[in-house]
Design a protein around this ligand. Sequence first.
Ligand code: DGT
Ligand code: CA
Ligand code: CA
Ligand code: ZN
Length: 581
Amino acid sequence: MDIIKVMKNAELSAIFEQMADVMEILGEDRFRINSYKKVARVIGELPSDVEDLLSSGELAKLPGIGKSSLAKIEEFIITGKITAYIELLKKIPPTLLDLLRIPGMGPKGVKAVYEQLHVTSIAELKKAIESGSLAELPGFGEKKAAGIAKGIAFMETSTGRIRLDQALEAAEMVNGLLKNCSGDLSIHTAGSLRRRAETIGDVDILVASEKGQEIISAFTKAGFVREVLASGPTKGSAIIQTTTIPVHVDVRVVPEKSFGAAAQYFTGSKEHNVRLREIAVKQKLKLNEYGLFKGKRMIAGRTEQEIYHKLGLDYIEPVLREDRGEVEAAKNHSLPELIQFKDIKGDFHMHTTASDGNCGIAELAETAKDLGYKFICITDHSKSSAIAHGLTAKRLARQIKEIREHNEKIKGITILAGTEVDILADGSLDFDNKLLTELDFVIASIHSGLASPRQKVTIRTLKAMDNPYVNCIAHPTGRLIGQREAMDLDIAAVIEHAAQTHTALEVNANPMRLDLKDVHCKMAIDSGVKLVIGTDSHSTGQLGLIGFGVATAGRGWARKTDVLNCLSVTKIKSFVAAKRP
Ligand code: DGT
Ligand code: CA
Ligand code: CA
Ligand code: ZN
């Protein structure tokens, strides 16, 4: 499955959005700005892959997509860049883009401070706030200036770590560039990104080549580079501009014969590496990023596999390399056989236009078939999620019928009728049991009162699990990475109760959530609780996010037997039946 392909819609939409913002800062024609905004919106809301729509000619027919936008989209799909976008960015100081990310600024505000106060960076804006000159600017005032100061503080206190999908976009940009500049290079993403950690500090990329200087200068001279932090014969560090945020990327060039050793070393984690080096020392060997050495003689280095084997260990998958018992398990040959994408037979969590999704049942089913799935489960919101246009009991009853009809027509995949029913404040559910009986699978989740005290959110969750029709709790802690803290949930109690009540827990695959997180997945599995991986898709493209869920479950040591997505429809039905009266 190709996560990158899936992500092109969002990436393109963000580029058009940013072009509109930059044009607004530059004071360009309002009509053109609006047309770019329109393109951004149309692409952002497309129900399927922009690349497919372009090749079928359907994209050209959409309202708002004119000849020149079409040409830009085509250029992006073919070359990975848009020349007009690069040219546009050259017209403003790159640090001005940071100002756009401050909550409460917007392109109008950026234009005002840039033109009238000559502010080009966050540091300069802070000075303008302190001196009071921002508050004096027409359209700002004390209150707005204070709000912007808060926005800056929020940005600065956030960890500086980025989301997996953002890191992956940066890695793809650099990998693509390096592949173009020199034919058949071996390129490896390393560091926390390769381990699929939940947030990423910086992106590490390794290249096997003898032409270090050439590769590093191609990297540091690339159009997307905003700032070069270091540049040497084998290593370059730079801040690159992705479609959403600036990202720190390290590129290292190593000789082919050390490629495995370097991949091992730079994949980390640091804690895992320390354990490995201890084992090497005990065997009177030396392990570093160049290889495994006995005296001066290199005994392994070309591949990671040979390094692990020469140390007397089974090969350890990158997602496990956190020093959480994997080294011992590799020694005893008791590592789990981790779940992989190919084991996934379906997806349990997705929304249609009936609630807040932007595609229909049939489109989701067809895309799922392309992914090789045997089933999907439609889980629109319930009525209490009013902003998400949640379904009333009557509308859900109608949707169940509709799903049964689609099942008659669409071959090769089973569409399960489900719901993402709200857990109300007292732990009861938004639908009564009579209606839930009609469904194939029920996921329940909390969407309100997340800041309530520990006792309250925990009891609310436990009570929902007591309902014999609830098969899974979705995004159990409710966190949004970098935006909203998890609920203060007693996770051990939730896991224990899930085991007792035969309720699965979701690993929400959206990179904003990854909820349950890796260590909680491991706790759940150790207690015999089954996991459900759900993409929580609101468009067909998002079905591709499943890879993040598989990786997070894998970081929790999940085997395919721990995850309901790997079961046949018949086995899923028995799982559900086992809890019902
Ligand atoms: P991040 O970037 O904070 O998300 O985490 P990593 O794991 O990508 O860390 P990073 O970028 O600082 O370094 C990449 C890898 O290089 C790291 O996972 C292990 C290795 N490494 C870095 N510094 C050390 C060190 O001092 N000792 C050892 N053994 N390995 C190190
Ligand atoms: Ca890193
Ligand atoms: Ca690094
Ligand atoms: Zn959902």
